[in-house]
Ligand binder design. Structure first.
Ligand code: BG6
Length: 483
């Protein structure tokens, strides 16, 4: 197949935290895949920077191992890998001291795109920004990439925004939410805004409710210290799930450009109503015997942090008034499944009688695994015996429909890093968006903290606490199966 990747200009990418987990698992293998796809200029440079006192060769070895372990590198790629590694170098650096900065300043070239990836804790963002500026290597074309968590609450997010704004303009700051780099997430915009079919029905008059599920089978995986201070609300809802909700609920932007898209998302976040405490269920995973596995995993025997959350919320505007949005996410659930389901209302008048059965159309958008979309349509059950109705899926599993193109689809991080090089901020969060998301999240968290709420136990491998089922049942609805 002819590659349709758009090449990017020559760049120097400096990865602070270049020896860390995210670099090894996502950033470096992602860069190699883009290199293989022919998207990276031959004279691009990747400079790892971290405290470890490594030389270039030792770092190249680390990069090689990361790509072999996490990048699905085929042994057939050996010569490409060797060429790629020639683009890589390393500078030992101290974010809070002077070590390494003069060397880095010498290493980056003038006249090329500078991208600085802050793959470090937010506590270092300010130090890095200041030193980049102080050493004169943050020219007006430089970009910085920052990872979540972007703050812990509204106050800290505002502080971070203020700190970064001292040295960088908003158009230079790329706040990553890797969910926005997922293929299906972007497809959601294509489906909504490039087809005539859905948009007329995409409102409270025709949509009964929307449910968004991000179910994981993994637990806290060695990130207990971070996770126990965050919980599912801060780790997943405030960012990833909020972004999904925005893309479903937003008005059509006038253009597919960064500010037009982000303005519309911001309006959705600002339209979210406060959530009633009865519409929130928090859970913590336990073993089938009731052992507090989550608490053991995070090493905190009295933890009241949630590893699961389900909630019902409302977008208070003309389009969505009266249509609930149900969100749920959790760790150690029965399957890995991320899905958005738009459940339409029943037909207004049933001509076939009760015995034919009642059905409604559902559009499900599956992010992972098996990304694709399915529209359930009601038809007559084939055969004699009168008019009985059944649902059949109009299925568009991408693996089948687009089989010959799937290998070319970049993973979330790869796509986003290349967007940084292109200077395209459409799939990155703007400062005001992040703050608005915290402004909605903070009172919910404060509410349960004030009430001394304790999460409900749920068994590992289940679909979450029973109360989460009740959240839907009370409204005469049900969650889609996690499978
Ligand atoms: C991260 C969260 O942002 O997203 C993790 O911190 C979570 O806790 C992960 O596991 C999920 O990402 P994905 O792409 O595997 O769905």
């Amino acid at each position: 197949m002819v590659s349709r990747v758009i090449p990017v200009g020559t760049f120097d990418l400096v990865i602070f935290g270049g020896t860390g987990d995210l670099s090894r698992r996502k950033i470096l293998p992602g860069l190699f895949r883009r290199f293989l796809a022919g998207q990276m200029p031959d004279d691009a440079r990747i400079i790892g920077a971290a405290r470890a006192k490594l030389d270039n060769d030792a770092y190249r070895q680390l990069v090689r191992e990361a790509i072999e372990e996490f990048g699905h590198a085929d042994p057939g790629f050996e010569s490409e890998l060797a060429t790629f590694l020639e683009l890589v170098s390393y500078v030992p650096i101290d974010a809070r001291g002077e070590m390494g900065w003069a060397q880095l300043a010498k290493r980056v070239r003038s006249g090329v795109i500078h991208a600085y990836y802050f793959s470090v804790g937010p506590g270092l963002f300010g130090d890095l920004a200041e030193r980049l500026h102080g050493h004169g290597i943050a020219n007006e074309n430089a970009r910085i990439v920052v990872e979540k968590p972007f703050g812990h609450d509204l106050k800290s997010a505002r502080e971070l925004n203020r700190t970064l704004a001292q040295h960088f303009s908003e158009r230079q700051i790329f706040r990553i939410d890797h969910y926005l780099g997922k293929e299906t997430v972007q497809n959601l915009m294509a489906v909504r805004f490039a087809n005539i079919l859905f948009e007329p029905l995409w409102n409270a008059q025709f949509v009964d409710h929307v449910q968004i599920t991000v179910a994981e089978t993994v637990g806290v995986d060695g990130r207990g210290a971070y996770y126990d201070k965050s919980g599912a609300m801060r780790d997943m809802v405030q960012n990833h799930m909020m972004q999904l909700l925005c893309l479903i609920a937003m008005e059509p932007p006038s253009r597919f450009d960064p500010d037009a898209v982000r303005d519309e998302k911001l309006k959705v976040i600002r339209s979210l109503e406060d959530v009633d405490s009865h519409h929130i269920v928090r859970g913590q995973y336990v073993s089938p015997e009731g052992e507090p596995l989550y608490r053991l995993d995070v090493g905190n025997p009295r933890s009241t942090t949630e590893s699961f959350i389900a909630l019902k919320c409302h977008v208070s505007n003309w389009r969505w008034s009266g249509t609930p949005f149900y969100l749920r996410t959790g760790k150690k659930l029965k399957a890995r499944m991320s899905e958005i389901a738009v459940v339409f209302k029943d037909a207004p008048h049933l001509i076939f009688g009760q015995e034919a059965g009642r059905h409604c159309n559902t559009l499900s958008i599956r992010l992972q695994p098996d990304e694709g979309m399915t529209l359930n349509v009601t038809i007559k059950e084939p055969g004699p015996g009168g008019m009985r109705l059944i649902d059949v899926p109009l299925d568009m599993t991408f693996a089948e429909a687009l089989a010959d193109q799937l290998d070319d689809i970049p993973e979330a991080y790869e796509r986003l890093i290349m967007d940084v090089m292109r200077g395209d901020q459409t799939l990155f969060m703007r400062g005001d968006e992040v703050e608005a998301a915290w402004a909605w999240t903070d009172p919910i968290i404060e509410g349960w903290e004030k009430r001394g709420d304790v999460p409900k136990p749920y068994e590992v491998g289940s679909a979450g606490p029973e109360d989460a089922m009740m959240l839907m049942h009370r409204d005469g609805r049900r969650w889609r199966e996690i499978k």
